[in-house]
Design a protein around this ligand. Sequence first.
Ligand code: C5P
Length: 310
Amino acid sequence: MTADGARTARAPAKINAHLAVGPLRADGFHELRTVYLAVSLFDTVTARQGDGLSLAVSGEGAGAATGADAVPTDRRNLVWRAAELLAEHAGVPADAHLEITKTIPAAAGLAGGSADAAAALVALDALWGTRADRADLLELAARLGSDVPFSLLGGVALGTGRGEQLAPVLAGRAWHWVLGIAGQGLSTPSVYAELDRLRAAGLLPDGEELLPAEPVIGALRSGPASGLATALANDLQAPALALRPELRRALGAATSAGALGAVVSGSGPTVAALAEDETAAVRLAASLAGEGVFRTVRVVTGPVPGARLV
Ligand code: C5P
């Protein structure tokens, strides 16, 4: 805690090593079977005493559509809704000034908004002394968004339901990735809608049979990086490519530059490229940065822990 009582929490980005998407449900969501991996790109949220709610955003990617400037500073921001929800749950006034410092690009398929919401829950719980237990925070997180519970939990987890039901998964080692980040974001609902459209047109399998996650879970637990590279799978990759054809070149650039495997992260457009080890990841990042297909590249490792006070 600082002298003025401010509390800061940080939360990680995620990639999906496996993302199997079922048909559209009656509630507007899709049934998922996903393997989340938290990686070492963190946003922080600082909460201080305030009068009502106020929000400021700063950080990475000034001027870019996937940068901090693109993040709303009003009620549209998930952090704002997280504050209202926790205040209501705890029966305290929603009084706080919140500052988000972004390292995770926005609208990138990396759960940046979810990370901010999870960090806000943790920071505000400490600021307000609400002492919400872990189960309560996970329940509030699920109401905020499908990926928010995982942003709290971190590590590696199998996500089912709409992604909010989590079971921890063992990772046998640290995995090294390069994230290729685009200048333009993709809206998650539009990628799911494109998947539905391609399925309705018979251009993709209907998704009734969810692709099993065992190959990825087994590869994460043990075995060579090449095994994980082969097992990477994402049903949202085809619709993301349909909406953003240049992503095909970006995926190709990653494998040509030496990635063991490359997959679109979540609803994209970030490309997650797997490397053999940290040295190979740094080399891969340098090579991809020189290609000019990405706005920026980041070397990350995972698993890392979920949202916590710093
Ligand atoms: O849960 P969240 O608010 O992050 O989801 C954003 C949008 O992504 C949903 O409104 C829905 O269109 C889509 N989505 C989905 N199925 C999921 C998760 C998200 O269709 N399991």
